[in-house]
Design a protein around this ligand. Structure first.
Ligand SMILES: Cc1ncc(COP(=O)(O)O)c(C=O)c1O
Length: 401
């Protein structure tokens, strides 16, 4: 019997998530008995802090088993409003906040809520893999603006301004950034904000999911705290990275009420309120101590020094020192056109696959992040694994001529 395959055009047009694709391939090789070091996934290697886990257990015992309000429990939205005031100097009330199933869901919700077919979304590149696909799903048009390697992969205010057209609806970026680890400074964000202020019909989506993993002396600055553009900024954040809670799936937006209401309307028809137990745990994460988050940050900080130091010893690799998040993003283009006698490396996709199949180190090709000269290496792993992975990479590239 033959099956008829008739996917909608919008699904046929979507790229597979590259990070999840590499992780799947790495698992397959590991299942065949190979000693794979998996540095492809964007996930803390720490456990969720105990006080947060205890809150989840208590929520089960206390009977939080039913549907929650679409935008989240009132105490969670209040905890997020308090967190925004405390950490980000952003003053929004609980009515401005919508909780969703991870920051990824929050980002997709906002794009679907704001972007009409044909409207443009400026994406600062390198960018997180899903941004451009989310825009595609909403029938929007991505306008990718490249941050230069020599400017720490950051887009300048001048580049941003030059990309604005009458069709621009939204600009989106993450700081700290995945995949580059770059952090936009307060001065840079104020300069971007001054341009946004001249365009009242343009909105900014500030993805702050790596907020607590910031190694700069200045620390994190939220563009949503600039009063002149407060109503134009949608701040997105969650618990995944800073609190080591990727699987709990809690993210949120904080925005002007009409945007929050629009997102709530969409979510009410598509998913409803997110997991009740995870919401109770997240309430404690937002209200509680950041001691554990800062301990994890210190570990990531140490590891970035370790990994960048080792990668810089590899001939041909160009590596910036990331200011945040837990990735190294070396430019490996010196090896394009080289061969180990069997495989010729054409691009970063080839390089990343060749490393996985030959050295059993899983990374992600930069092409899916809008940076085809680079690969992304997660530093969220034990020191020994990171050291061994860098040794394997160094030995592997030594065979390329
Ligand atoms: C830049 C960026 N934004 C958002 C997310 C998604 O976060 P969440 O797990 O809360 O959906 C990720 C996860 O990798 C990310 O790297």
């Amino acid at each position: 019997m033959s099956l008829t395959v008739s996917l909608a055009d919008r699904i046929n047009a979507l790229e597979e998530s590259a990070t999840l694709g590499m992780t799947k391939k790495a698992r397959e090789l590991a299942a065949q008995g190979h000693k794979v070091i998996s540095l492809s996934v964007g996930e803390p290697d720490f456990k969720t802090p105990k006080h947060i886990c205890d809150a989840a257990k208590k929520a089960i015992d206390d009977g939080f088993h039913g549907y929650s309000p679409v935008a989240g429990y009132p105490d969670l939205r209040k905890a997020i409003a308090d967190k925004l005031k405390r950490d980000n100097n952003i003053e929004w009330g609980p009515e401005n906040i919508v909780v969703s199933t991870g920051a990824k869901h929050s980002l997709a919700n906002v794009i679907s809520t704001l972007v009409n077919p044909g409207e443009e979304v400026i994406i600062f590149s390198p960018y997180w893999v899903s941004y451009s696909e989310m825009v595609k799903l909403a029938d929007g048009v991505s306008v990718v603006v490249d941050g230069a390697f020599d400017n720490n992969f950051k887009v300048t205010p001048e580049q941003f301004e030059a990309a604005i057209t009458p069709k621009t609806k939204l600009v989106m970026f993450a700081s700290p950034n995945n995949p580059t680890g770059s952090v936009y400074t307060e001065a840079e964000l104020r300069a971007i904000g001054a341009i946004v202020a001249k365009h009242p019909n343009i909105y900014v989506m500030a993805d702050e999911i790596y907020e607590y993993i910031n190694f700069t002396e200045e620390g994190h600055f939220s563009i949503g705290s600039i009063p002149e553009i407060k109503n134009q900024v949608i701040t997105v954040n969650g618990v995944a990275k800073g609190h080591a809670m990727t699987g709990w799936r809690i993210g949120f937006i904080a925005a002007a009420k009409w945007i929050a209401d629009g997102v709530e309307k969409l979510q009410g028809q598509v998913t409803s309120g997110t997991n009740s137990i995870a919401q109770k745990a997240a309430t404690v994460a937002f209200n509680g101590t950041l001691e554990e988050a800062y301990k994890m940050k210190d570990a990531y900080n140490r590891r970035r020094g370790l990994v960048v130091g080792l990668l810089r010893e590899i001939p041909g690799f160009k590596v910036n020192m990331p200011d945040g998040a837990f990735y190294a993003f070396p430019d490996i283009s010196a090896y394009f056109g080289k061969s180990d006698g069997t495989t010729t490396i054409k691009d970063s996709d080839d390089f990343s696959m060749w490393l996985l199949e030959g050295a059993f180190v899983a990374t992600v090709a930069g092409s899916s992040f809008g940076a085809p000269n680079c690969i992304r290496i997660s530093t969220a792993a034990a020191d020994e694994q990171l050291i061994e992975a860098c040794e394997r990479i160094k030995a592997a590239v030594a065979t390329l001529k």
